[in-house]
Design a binder for this molecule. Structure first.
Ligand SMILES: [Zn+2]
Length: 268
């Protein structure tokens, strides 16, 4: 089994969320979690530091870690707003270029998933902003319906990774669909439960999912880790990421980018 590591960029700054209400909600929720001891005081204070610094992304730090670990990860950046993704194109463009220049792949973090015109608009915008001729896509919130991959194929994307099942990639026309095997928030965040889970429980759940993927014969295991969580404001999530990468390697798995996996699949 090969591992594909990917990062969704949902936020760039804290203040971009003044108008959409997310900043106020985040403060209220963090306060509640601190009171209920679901996050520690250090983490709680760090979250205010991050708001004052007006920085809700950790792209540089994550690129540094991935580079150090030899991970050919893919970052997905948006060109439209919606569902709590509120940064501007002007703010996104330098990041798209910087990530690509750092040697990582960049794709679109999409909003439109059923509306063909909207999908084409985001595609053209990303093409212009990135200067790239071909690229892939992942929908924000993993929105995906039966018609989604067909429209994405017609639009010209080389791959999509928005569906969520423990299955092998498959082709829809020329497009390769990579189902997401594991997204960070599925195993990490205990906030909606009465009893927060400890790290050992999270680790056991993660190992179970990886084991199930192996049993099912999944050849490409697709992981999502949000750069937002590569921070001391989300200590459990950061610890999980720094555990899972070496864990894959210990299990003898190698890392591959979506782009190279597409080439491998097209060769077969
Ligand atoms: Zn997203």
């Amino acid at each position: 089994m090969k591992v594909i590591v990917s990062h969704d960029i949902d936020h760039l700054t804290a203040w971009e969320h003044m108008a959409d209400g997310m900043l106020a909600k985040f403060i209220a929720r963090s306060t509640m979690h601190a009171v209920l001891h679901k996050i520690c005081l250090r983490e709680y204070i760090a979250r205010f530091g991050e708001i004052l610094k007006n920085r809700w992304e950790n792209i540089d730090d994550l690129m540094e870690y991935d580079k150090d670990q030899g991970i050919p990860s893919t970052f997905f950046v948006g060109t439209a707003r919606g569902l709590g993704m509120s940064y501007s194109n002007r703010a996104a463009e330098p990041w798209i270029r910087k990530i690509a220049k750092s040697g990582f792949d960049v794709g679109l973090h999409g909003i439109a998933f059923e509306d063909e015109e909207g999908i084409q608009r985001e595609f053209e915008l990303f093409k212009k902003m990135s200067g790239m001729a071909s690229f892939g896509v992942r929908m924000h919130y993993l929105r995906f319906s039966e018609i989604t991959p067909h429209i994405l194929d017609r639009t010209g994307y080389i791959f999509d990774s928005s569906s969520e099942t423990l299955e092998n990639p498959y082709k829809v026309g020329k497009l390769v669909e990579f189902p997401v095997s594991l997204m960070d928030v599925r195993v990490i965040f205990p906030y909606n439960r009465l009893r927060p889970e400890g790290f050992s429980e999270i680790r056991a759940n993660t190992e179970r999912i990886i084991e199930e993927a192996i049993q099912r014969g999944v050849k490409y295991f697709t992981l999502i880790f949000h750069d937002r969580y590569y921070s001391d404001c989300f200590r459990l999530a950061k610890r999980w990421y720094e555990w899972i990468i070496p864990y894959f390697r210990e299990r003898g798995m190698t890392f591959i980018s979506f782009r190279n996996a597409v080439s491998e699949l097209n060769r077969d």
